[in-house]
Design a protein around this ligand. Sequence first.
Ligand code: UD1
Ligand code: UDP
Length: 374
Amino acid sequence: MAESPIVHIVGARPQFVKAAVVLAAAPRPERNVLVHTGQHYDASMSAVFFEELAIPAPHHHLGVGSGPHGAQTGAMLAAIEQVLLASSPGVVVVYGDTNSTVAGALAASKLGWRVAHVEAGLRSYDRSMPEEINRVVADHLADALLCPTARAVEQLAREGLTRGVTDTGDVMLDVARQQAARARELTPVGRHLAGAPTTPAPAPLDALPPEAARPGAYALATIHRAANTDDPSRLRALVSALGRLPLPVLFPVHPRTRKAMERAGIEPSPSVACVDPVGYLAFAALLEGAGLVLTDSGGVQKEAYFAGRRCITLRDRTEWPETLEGAWNTLVGDDPEALVSAVRSAAPTTAPRIDQFGDGRAAHRTAALVDALA
Ligand code: UD1
Ligand code: UDP
């Protein structure tokens, strides 16, 4: 009898990064079927990750695109259901906390198929974040809960979830380790920052003043959370605060944020260089070269921690509290004054970074577990 397939559901930028290493570690690659919901679709938000991280082309591209939560999640649910009915999977693997995650988990569990959730057990304890709702629902539907940290395992236990729970380590640490040398050596920004500077600096560093396009001389910023982008006055205050920092800011702007800035007529000050989103490798090189990281992203907080770069997080809460230890990460909420003063007082930290995210082999553990489950 033919083996039942392992169906992986992805759709948004951080999911391509996570699935890249899990798919690469699959003991039997031919069993794995990749479904792209189409939640992210710009080349800089999707195709670049498939190219750089050698992710196989999706077997199914659902082309769902953007929309309000209900319409987007509902369209994904209906389209994923069709794929699952046609493929009779042994297990459906969902990643992280986006609408693609919850749609995949719901479609599979309603059809009676097993669900594996990669990045299970994270909690910000803030239900106003759509991601919190997505991750709680996905965890409670999942049969295999694959946790990045010991804290995630404990958080699940507090909700009564103990069956099928494994601390695999964090697949994003695997990617960061696997790609660090490529980021430094293969990208023009990586080579420039690693000691082979060129004049002019390569894009997107050329958007900064020339003296800022060197290691430690700029801050790297990303903003895309609904809470920070949907309220024009809040976004205006944050972007204006970026312009009052003591160092220039390189700001690869998420399309959601670009549109919100355009709608509200927000013009950043000249010390804030707004550029298009960059690929994984260039971003890793820019992060390694940054003097400081400013973000509201979940993944970027951790990547800053992995790279030993201080991070200031434009949120009240984080689902990665491990990064707050040793002052590697500071939460400043949406208060622009708190942001400016945190940056001004940010001394380099020498606190040890505790090895809480695994050993860099989380993807192998994850791939082996889902292969055994299917
Ligand atoms: C989504 C996830 C969020 C994750 C983020 C990663 C949900 C609820 N949110 O947020 O958890 O942190 O992805 O980046 O699932 N857009 C484009 N081109 C694209 C993609 C989006 O222009 O390729 C624009 C559209 O105007 C769209 C908006 O961005 O309406 C928001 O996109 P969406 O995928 O709904 O949410 P994100 O903010 O990207
Ligand atoms: N990232 C990227 N280019 C960018 C910004 C981010 O490649 O211009 C990568 C980043 O390295 C991380 C992932 O995108 O691996 C994080 O995605 P995002 O911040 O959009 O989502 P979140 O982690 O908050 O869900």
